[in-house]
Design a protein around this ligand. Structure first.
Ligand SMILES: Cc1cc2nc3c(=O)[nH]c(=O)nc-3n(C[C@H](O)[C@H](O)[C@H](O)COP(=O)(O)OP(=O)(O)OC[C@H]3O[C@@H](n4cnc5c(N)ncnc54)[C@H](O)[C@@H]3O)c2cc1C
Length: 553
């Protein structure tokens, strides 16, 4: 992997951000920002300009550092670990410049990216509207051409945007509007006439980020403000970066989830109940800590694998990005919620940070595409693969995992393979009974597919760790043996979910009595799948030992 920063530079960037946060963003200040519902504009601007975080996503050619996807994932995870609200202020700048980075002409990139690099501009990305959220195609903001002598010399923008991060503070906005040729991105300055910013939204979480509605009333922009200098490219340009931007939000889920879980781990070492620390109680650790650590690492495996592939030029990977976002954000939410429980009554108070983290991380299943839209994206894409391959898609993936299991028997690849075979059979049953016409079936399949594919990603990651060939910039929190134990735990979870939920789903959706349950159970090798649960408790013990650094696991 040669895209982006070298390992030393990335580590330097991460250390600089950590040091800055230690000094400028202590817990007490973050709690104060949350309580006052205040956007720390000077801090976010300093992070962008002084620390040079802006430079990361700007190509070297335009004075930036040209970080790759893997670098951005590591930075986003760290930012979210510090505070998802502050991270959102930074992220909105990344996002705001994305249409230019990916869709601008060379001249536009030169013009805007150089300014963003030199001035550390705060940016905002204006896609969502009051009535166009998940369905961006329904956007109503218009851009009407202004003609001079038959030539288009500018546009007049009218309409409203909703929920725009940095909306009240940005220097530069990228705004999606309907031109005669279709949805189009425009670069809009903050002070143009007719452009109004709404009051900050009073939000459930990420209260340290600014979110505002925008109103455009006869806002005039020059024709060269069209990103890509052609109308109608807007949705394609937005789609082109989903694989990448969704990884960023996936990394937010990961960072915030781990931030909460690490606090719970530390708390459980100190808190004595029934004569011993909570950390020594299996009923506590194996419910509130271990499964969440394992799910977060499954999400990390998807994120890292997808980031490497994007950096290697392996396409946009929108579906893989969707899987990573779905897994990272859902795992982050579940981990934060468990961290409140793990703190008991203290967790329910503002003082203990996990309460704030839980409200903050909640946004990750909503923005950049909701979890339900992710389920739809994942299921639709993989359903096509199932049909195109005549049902072989997941059997083929299973075969690759079986080969991995042969070579590397300890990473749970055999169980992950069983889950893939079973998924293929569940999908085939859905095809035969025409069940995906029901949206519920399709979406639940999306959820199960994401889990099963993550089991494969984690098994591969654990194998790479054992082979000592993890990407040089990868996270190295766990030893290879601990990662293998985590992978075995997660593979069993994936297998159990297909066997129970997947089978239940298709039986529940088909006309009563029409699915041959015995044949389906045989085809998924139900007994073998159940036997694969053997050893689960021992592996959970190993993961707990690794988390609490109790043995050499
Ligand atoms: C704090 C915050 C910051 C944000 N920042 C930005 C930003 O900087 N720029 C920007 O452009 N946008 C931003 N957004 C907008 C965000 O991306 C949208 O809120 C999100 O995409 C969902 O759109 P919506 O709110 O209109 O919900 P809707 O699309 O109305 O969804 C409501 C519910 O219905 C479900 N749903 C939607 N469609 C379907 C369907 N076809 N089938 C089944 N279920 C469906 C959704 O999953 C959800 O549960 C931000 C939002 C928030 C809250």
């Amino acid at each position: 992997m040669d895209a982006g920063l070298d390992r030393e530079t990335l580590n330097l960037v991460l250390d600089t951000i950590r040091d800055f946060a230690d000094h400028e963003l202590p817990d007490a200040y973050l709690l104060e920002l949350d309580a006052k519902d205040e956007f720390p504009e000077p801090i976010v601007r300093r992070m962008l300009a002084e620390l040079g975080v802006s430079l990361l996503f700007i190509p070297e050619k335009y004075g930036g550092m040209g970080a790759g996807t893997f670098d951005i994932y590591r930075v986003c995870e760290l930012l979210a670990r510090i505070d998802v609200g502050v991270a959102t202020g930074v992220f909105a700048t990344f996002l705001g410049s994305d249409p230019i980075v990916f869709g601008g002409t060379d001249e536009q990139k030169e013009r805007w990216m150089t300014r963003i690099a030199e001035e550390g501009l705060l940016m905002a990305y204006g896609a969502t509207e009051p009535e166009a959220g998940s369905d961006l195609g329904a956007l109503k903001t218009t851009a009407k051409p202004v003609l001079d002598d038959g030539n288009v010399v500018g546009y007049v923008i009218n309409g409203n945007k909703q929920w725009i991060s940095n909306g009240g503070y940005a220097d530069l906005y990228t705004i999606l509007a309907n031109a005669p040729g279709g949805p189009t991105w425009f670069v809009v300055d903050r002070d143009v006439e007719g452009f109004e910013k709404g009051k900050p939204e009073d939000k459930h979480g990420i209260r340290a980020s600014n979110t505002a509605a925008l109103a455009f009333s006869d806002v005039r922009v020059d024709a060269d403000r069209i990103v890509g200098e052609r109308e109608g490219l807007g949705l394609t340009q937005a789609q082109a970066v989903f694989g990448y931007t969704r990884l960023m939000v996936a990394a937010f889920g990961l960072g915030a989830g781990w931030a909460a879980l690490d606090r719970a781990i530390a708390y459980s070492l100190e808190r004595i109940q029934g004569g011993s620390p909570l950390a020594e109680k299996q009923g506590y650790t194996h419910k509130l800590i271990v499964p969440h650590a394992v799910r977060l690492e499954a999400a990390r495996a998807c994120i890292e694998e997808t980031a490497v592939r994007i950096d290697n030029g392996d396409g946009q990977l929108n579906t893989e990005g969707a899987i990573a976002k779905y897994m990272g954000s859902e795992a982050g939410n579940a981990a934060a919620d468990a961290a409140i429980q793990a703190h008991g009554g203290y967790g329910y108070t503002k003082e203990y940070m996990v309460e704030k983290i839980t409200r903050d991380v909640r946004i990750t299943t909503i923005y950049e595409g909701t979890s339900e839209i992710m389920e739809m994206t994942i299921a639709r894409d993989r359903w096509q693969e199932h049909l195109k391959s005549r049902g072989a898609y997941y059997h083929d993936q299973a075969a690759a995992l079986e080969a991995l299991a042969q070579r590397m028997p300890t990473v749970g690849a055999d169980t992950a393979a069983l889950a893939h075979h079973a998924l293929a059979e569940v999908m085939e049953t859905a095809r035969v009974h025409r069940l995906t016409r029901s949206q519920h079936v399709l979406f639940r399949l999306g959820d199960i597919i994401a889990t099963v594919e993550s089991a494969a990603a984690l098994a591969r990651r654990a194998a790479s760790a054992l082979d000592d060939i993890l990407p040089p910039k990868a996270d190295h929190r766990f030893t290879a043996d601990a990662l293998a134990a985590a992978s075995r735990v997660f593979a069993r979870e994936a297998a159990a979910r297909v066997a129970a939920e997947g089978v239940g789903l298709v039986i529940g959706a088909a006309a009563p009595g029409t699915v041959d349950v015995g044949a389906l159970q045989a085809s998924i090798r139900l007994e073998t799948m159940e036997q694969a649960q053997g050893g689960l408790l021992d592996d959970m013990d190993l993961v707990a030992d690794a988390l609490y650094q109790r043995t050499s696991a």
